[in-house]
Design a protein around this ligand. Structure first.
Ligand code: B1M
Length: 235
């Protein structure tokens, strides 16, 4: 017998019902339904950023809480993450659509020992949307990978992401190595990830902690313009 959900026609739901259904579908890892619903919201005139934050990130927060409370386990969370990425793949080109002039270049990656990449991918997308060039190193990055990319790409900004309390100290290893090599001040260093906070960012010697992707964009813009002003003053 057909399941009740099989009969559900997403396009017939109003916005509020559709977002609630997306929370359920994300929870159940239903990638195709998430992609369809993402497109429906866009077709109804929702801004890509609103679809991202109000439906996808909102749904993922519920998944995160139940993962924390032992109600969901790794395989289910992986399916949810996969569904979220399906929605993000539709939003990515829209968030990146911009006439903004190139703002600067960022190398970003999740630190060694950590395979969480959804937040980092969001930051990368939003930075591209704001006119930054982004070199995404993916997950599990050792200090050498960051330093090599910074040099090869002639980047302005280093972005590091960590989602585990056990991996966040590795950010300090990267920054300390930059100091040892005398290159720390050549780059703007921004850090982010759910377990971090402003105090931690300061303590490890980052230029700023970014609470979310939108803050990362604003902070990056702010630091780039400070750098330009400093360079002009020194010229
Ligand atoms: Co993991 N996991 N996980 N996990 N996971 C957390 C982080 C956890 C908090 C869950 C929990 O217990 N509530 C917990 C960490 C606890 C702790 O350290 N104190 C945890 C754990 C324990 C683990 C494992 C150890 C579980 C296990 O194996 N027993 C394991 C670790 C594997 C490893 O990394 N070595 C693990 C595995 C996984 C999955 C693979 C199943 C999956 C990851 C899939 C993937 O990323 N491709 C997963 C997921 C999905 C999560 C939760 C549920 C969701 C994370 C997420 O994507 N959030 C998470 C619970 C939670 O955070 N509520 C959890 C959505 C995303 C949009 O937010 O990543 O915070 P976030 O990014 C935000 C900001 O933080 C910021 O901007 C982003 C967008 O606004 N930001 C930056 C992030 N990076 C930035 C970089 C910047 C700037 C801003 O640079 C400039």
């Amino acid at each position: 017998m057909a399941d009740e959900d099989d009969d559900l026609i997403l396009s017939e739901l109003d916005d509020e019902e559709l977002v609630a259904q997306m929370f359920d579908d994300l929870y159940d890892g239903m990638r195709e339904e998430i992609m369809e619903a993402t497109q429906i919201l866009l077709d109804r005139g929702w801004a890509p950023y609103d679809v991202l934050t109000k439906s996808l990130v909102g749904g993922m927060t519920i998944v995160g809480n139940d993962f924390r409370d032992g109600i969901l386990f790794v395989p289910e969370v992986l399916l949810a993450a996969n569904a979220m990425k399906g929605g993000m793949s539709i939003l990515k080109p829209l968030l990146a659509e911009t006439d903004a002039p190139r703002m600067g270049k960022m190398v970003i990656g999740t630190v060694k020992g950590d395979i969480h990449d959804i937040g980092k991918n969001l930051v990368a997308m939003m930075m591209e949307g704001a006119g930054f060039e982004v070199v995404d190193l993916g997950i599990n990055n050792a200090v050498e990978a960051y330093l090599e990319a910074l040099a090869n790409e002639k980047a302005d900004i280093l972005g590091m992401s960590a989602l585990l309390t056990t991996t966040m100290p590795y950010m300090k290893v990267v920054i300390d190595t930059m100091k040892e090599q005398g290159i720390r001040d050549d780059y703007i260093v921004l850090v982010g990830g759910a377990p971090l906070n402003e105090e931690f960012g300061k303590a490890i010697g980052a230029d700023a902690y970014c609470r979310d992707a939108a803050v990362a964009v604003e902070t990056a813009k702010d630091w780039i313009s400070r750098r330009h002003n400093q360079m002009q003053a020194g010229a």
